[in-house]
Structures are given as C-alpha cells and as structure tokens.
Design a protein around this ligand. Structure first.
Ligand code: FAD
Length: 431
C-alpha cells in the first residue's frame, strides 16, 4: 500500500511536494488540497484586498508591478529550466506564475490537486506506535456542503507564511488621521499620487515598495533601524529612525523629530498561521518560531507531519526541493531518523547557534540566508539522495550573493540589470 500524503497548499512548496511524491507512485499517493481556484499561491496576483470572491481572506501579497527580487535562475525548480521573461533577469510576477503552471503541466500535477478545497483541521490518530492523520476538508465554492473527513499516513504543510500581516504596536496608531495600510494590501503606486508617505520597515517588501512608489508620491520617509542603508535610493526619500508614536497626523520618530504624513505604510512582515492544526498536533508557534521542528521540517514527535517552506531569506525553489526530499526520505524509510531526544537536541543546538554565535534575535529562528547552501546539502546527504536534480549548483550561491551586492549598491535600478548565465549553469556575467 502506498503511503498516503496530504499536501496542504498548491503554491511553490505544495507543487514541489507533488512533483517528487508523484515521481514514486509505488511508494506515495499524494493529494494536494488548495483553497484557491488556481495553483501558484502568493504568485496569483489579485486586485482584491480583504476578502476574495469566495469570502476567504486574500492570500496573495503581490503588487501589480512587482518583479522578482532574485534573478530568474534562482526562481527555478530543479529539473525544469526557466525560460519565461526572455532575456530579462528580474521577471514579472505573472511570468513566475506562468512558470509554475508549466511545472504543474510538465509533471502532470493537476491529477493530484483538488482546487477550491480548504483544509479545516488536521488531527493525529495514534494507534500503538503508528500515527495517522484525520484531515477534514471543506469545499470553498459550496460552504454548506458537509466537510469531508479523510485519513492519511502523512501530512505536508505547505500553506505559506506571507498572508497574515504582522502589525506593530505603535502608541497612538489608532489616532492617525491619514491612511494606514499594510504591504499585504498594497497594489498600485498611483493610489498614493502626490502624497507624503511614512514607510515603516526595511525588509524585502519595504525596500521594494519604496522603489515602486517613489515616482508617484511627493515624499517618502523610510523609517527603519538598519544602521546604514547606503545604496542609491530615490531622491525624494529620506531615511529616518523607527517610529516612536503617532499623534493624529504626525508621526514621531525615536530621535524626536516628527513629520506630517498622509499615509503610513506598514511593511512589518507576516505571521506564521496554522489554524487547521488541532491542539493534539502539539505544534507551538512562538512568534516567529515553530516548534518542535527537526531541521526546520519534521515534527520531532509526529515525524509524519512535515512543514515545507517555513524558513526564510532563501532562494526558495531549490531549497523547497531539498526539504521535500528530506521529508519523503523520513516517510519511506530511506533515512533512519535519530531518536526524538536527539532530534530535539539538534533543534536546540541550531537555535542556540543562531542566538549565541550569530547574535540573531529569537524571531530569526528560521532565517537561513548564508546558512541555506550547506543546509540544502545536509538535507540531501541525510536523506541519502544520490541525484540532487541540480538543486545545489554552486552558481545559485554565487547569484544570490551577487544579487545582494547589486541591491546594496543601487536599490532603485538593480532589477534592470541582466544576469546572463551559461547554458550549463556554471558561469555568469552581469550586463
Ligand atoms: P504560498 O505561495 O503562500 O502558497 C501557499 C498555498 O497554500 C496558497 O496557494 C494558499 O491558498 C494555500 N493554503 C493556505 N492555507 C490553506 C488551507 N487551509 N487549505 C488549502 N490551501 C491552503 N520569493 C522569491 O524567490 N523571489 C521573489 O522575488 C519573491 N518575492 C516575493 C514578494 C512578495 C510580495 C511575497 C509575499 C513573497 C515573495 N517571495 C519571493 C517569497 C514567496 O513566498 C516564495 O517564493 C514562495 O512562493 C512561497 O511558496 P509557498 O508554497 O511556501 O507559499
């Protein structure tokens, strides 16, 4: 009997899971549950904010003119070259979605994807020393229909983590007389024509939205606590420290200065959200840390429950493939897992290394950045994967570092650069 796997979500992670699970039909039988009416997850752009046409919270955080912040070779699943966007390197979100659809057709993934099906609950059923999973799903189109209860041997959680905004605690925020908007709801720069915007947060979204906005707005006050962003920035942008408080139309910064603003744009990130896991799953979300996860993937008690794509600051498409193959190896016995105690100890060591050696704050528990390359290799090594499908080419690390260098020099124009790679993906040059 194949191992029955429920995959929650049909975005980049869920599609990747489906591809590798379907490649072993004698071993695995996969069902991908996707609540939306198409695959692609966050890459499915919508004009909607708030609720979608089915009454569900809007999932995507894409804005209309978004281009990728990584060159397209890094947006490529192992095994399927990305050709979308022609010569352009930093491609449009529509082209990423097009590529993901091509991936799904290439590997015939639609056969196992159930669209418009929302996972409502996931509950372990413990029998002697084997855990199976009760997965309850509901039709999105027909909310009055009776929920369906199915049993699986394993669950892969691939529900993304850029859909539920994280709002900061700013004293006086409720008194702000202008418009407050989170980056999750940002779509068009035209909406802010001629206005003065305080943009709070200098993560990827904050930096990208500054550039998208600057030719439309009067002035941007870019509020953040990064010591020195000395990249070429828009002329009408001024860097200011964190926001201390708000008093009606005035935004007060921690150095005491204040400005009148029309708009407060919160680029303050997102929360992990796992509403379908019942308490019996024993998963703890402590701000930005999900526990207890071995290698940021496997639940150390219920190892047939895995989480794909929890980590961040990554080149996702290759990393997701490594994570999926690791989770599969744990399920089919290709990899013998350490004891639960040893997995917990390994997880704790990883966390302490981040805090003590890297001086990361708690909420960087799943941040990867420079750690991702060795991490990918380690996952494949532990999973005894012989053919890595091109997931760990040295070029990816080089292009990733290159992108950060280009970005650090010229935030406004770096996406106009063309990064040309050789056909065998061993060398590159920037034009
Ligand atoms: P998602 O794409 O969020 O997919 C999760 C899926 O799960 C969704 O389809 C959702 O509908 C579904 N789902 C959720 N809950 C349920 C449920 N209960 N039942 C059924 N289905 C459910 N990465 C890059 O590499 N380059 C970039 O340039 C880049 N730009 C980005 C820009 C923005 C604005 C954002 C938000 C992210 C960006 N990313 C970028 C990161 C991006 O999130 C990843 O590339 C990748 O798409 C994550 O895929 P995922 O499958 O983990 O999550």
């Amino acid at each position: 009997m194949p191992i029955r796997v429920a995959v929650i979500g049909g975005g980049a992670a869920g599609l990747c899971a489906a591809r590798y699970l379907r490649a072993k039909p004698d071993v695995f039988q996969a069902v991908v549950y996707e609540q939306a009416d198409q695959i692609g997850g966050t890459w499915v752009y919508t004009e909607n904010v708030g609720k979608d046409k089915y009454g569900l919270p809007v999932h995507s955080s894409m804005y209309q003119r978004l281009r990728t912040n990584l060159p397209k070779e890094l947006m490529m699943y192992p095994g399927l070259p990305i050709t979308e966007g022609g010569r352009t390197s930093f491609i449009k979100h529509t082209e990423v979605l097009q590529y993901m659809n091509r991936y799904a057709w290439t590997y015939d993934l639609h056969k196992c994807i159930q669209l418009l099906t929302r996972v409502q609950s996931v509950k372990p059923i413990v029998n002697c020393n084997k855990t199976s999973w009760e997965v309850t799903v509901k039709s999105v189109k027909d909310p009055d229909a009776t929920p369906q209860v199915n049993e699986f041997d394993a669950v892969m959680v691939c529900n993304g983590h850029y859909a539920v905004p994280s709002y900061p605690n700013i004293p006086g925020l409720e008194t702000f007389s202008g418009k407050v908007i989170h980056s999750h709801e940002y779509r068009h720069p035209e909406d802010f024509k001629g206005q003065t915007v305080v943009l709070f947060g200098a993560g990827s979204s904050g930096c990208d939205i500054c550039v998208d906005l600057h030719t439309f707005v009067d002035k941007i006050y870019f509020s953040h606590h990064i010591p020195n962003i000395d990249a070429l920035l828009p002329d009408n942008l001024r860097q200011v420290p964190d926001i201390k408080s708000i008093d009606k139309g005035r935004v007060v910064f921690t150095d005491g200065q204040s400005v009148e603003a029309d708009v407060l744009m919160l680029c303050t990130g997102y929360l992990y959200d796992l509403p379908f896991l019942t308490p019996e799953c024993e998963v703890v979300v402590d701000r930005k840390r999900i526990s207890p996860l071995y290698k940021h993937i496997l639940h150390t008690k219920h190892t047939s429950l895995s989480f794909i794509g929890v980590v961040w600051t990554i080149s996702p498409f290759q990393l997701l493939a490594c994570q999926v193959r690791f989770a599969m190896a744990a399920l089919d016995g290709t990899m013998i897992l350490p004891s639960r105690t040893d997995m917990d100890a390994d997880t704790q060591r990883d966390y302490e290394y981040r805090c003590d050696e890297l001086k990361y704050p708690h909420h960087y528990a799943h941040k990867m950045d420079h750690l991702q390359w060795e991490y990918n290799k380690e996952l494949l090594r532990l999973a005894n994967v012989v053919d890595d499908d091109g997931a760990t080419l040295p070029l990816f690390k080089e292009l990733y570092a290159l992108t950060w260098r280009l970005r650090a020099k010229d935030l406004v124009n770096y996406k106009k650069r063309i990064v040309e790679t050789s056909d065998d993906l061993t060398s590159w040059q920037v034009l």
